[in-house]
Design a protein around this ligand. Structure first.
Ligand SMILES: *Cc1c(COP(=O)(O)O)cnc(C)c1O
Length: 290
């Protein structure tokens, strides 16, 4: 999952005595085996950043509730336009408002959604003293963004799917990670959970003989771009590309990165609203030279 979330749960919360176990999000038996008598919360991200792995929300909610725990879902990638975890049993749903909710890279914001009771009893007291309060102007920008969320998500998803198809057929690409593709390991589950759409983020591995060449080639593709922006943000109407191993997941150890499946040749693309052929052409500048 998102690098900062791994750090927050694994290191920062550990200082307060909060124990955690990390499991493969797609392996239900691993989740089941990790539950202990003191388990209070299951936390999943679906689709995950940046590999777009999809976990079974309903099954994890049942697992959590049978263990007397709550289930939280990071719904950043799918957004409420494509995926609604609450009717599937999730207790807490969170969003980076910085991403698709605003939709144009203008503010930093976040949203945490839960029942009125959870919000009133657990979150409001911390929110008030902890200072996690959004400035009024930024809140207004996010609200304006929400007015077009559904239209943006659908349009950006169509473009992402076209790009995923094109990348999957490109001879310099080893593998494409995109829930909308039939080759995605959880394709059917994703289609059931995400309104039949794959979302607007994909990632792909460039073909290479080893990690060093993979990093070199990924950097070459990113350096050759003229239209796309090199940015670790996502959810913008402008297409953004990033190298997760050196940015969003750069603070992890190489062992943690390998466990997360994030290779040196991995490029993440958050597809915006440009003409699909312009985006393809921009990535082809680098990819066509190998
Ligand atoms: C970006 C991101 C976050 C964090 O969002 P911020 O707005 O930077 O706090 C959390 N989860 C996922 C999946 C993300 O992509």
């Amino acid at each position: 999952m998102f690098g900062s979330t791994i750090k927050l749960i694994g290191s920062d919360l550990a200082k307060f005595g909060v124990e955690s176990s990390f499991v493969s999000q797609t392996d239900l038996s691993a989740w089941r085996a990790a539950i202990r008598p003191n388990t209070r919360l299951l936390f999943a991200e679906t689709p995950t950043n940046p590999l777009t792995e999809v976990c079974d929300i309903q099954a994890l909610a049942d697992l959590a509730h049978n263990a007397g725990a709550l289930f939280a879902v990071d719904n950043c990638f799918a957004t409420p336009a494509l995926q609604r975890p609450a009717p599937m049993g999730a207790d807490i749903i969170m969003h980076s408002g910085t991403k698709y909710l605003d939709g144009q890279g203008r503010v930093m914001a976040g949203a945490l959604c839960a029942s009125q009771q959870l919000i009133t009893e657990k979150f409001l007291p911390v929110l008030k003293s902890g200072g996690m309060t959004l400035a009024p102007f930024n809140a207004w920008v996010v609200l304006k963004g929400l007015e077009t969320l559904d239209l943006r998500m659908r349009a950006q998803t169509v473009r992402a799917h076209a790009l995923a198809d094109w990348l999957e057929a490109h001879p310099s690409v080893a593998r494409v990670h995109y829930p909308g593709l039939k080759s995605h390991p959880q394709h059917e589950l994703a289609m059931r959970q995400m309104s039949g759409l794959g979302g607007a983020v994909l990632s792909f591995d460039v073909k290479a003989s080893g990690p060093e060449q993979a990093r070199e080639r990924a950097f070459h593709v990113l350096d050759s771009m003229k239209l796309l922006s090199l940015s670790t943000n996502l959810g913008d109407t402008k297409t953004l590309a990033a190298h997760p191993a050196s940015t969003s997941h750069g603070r992890l150890t190489e062992a943690q990165r390998q466990a997360a499946g994030i290779g040196q040749g991995l490029i993440r693309v958050a597809v915006g609203l440009e003409h699909p052929q312009d985006v393809q052409k921009d990535l082809a500048r680098g990819l066509d030279t190998f």
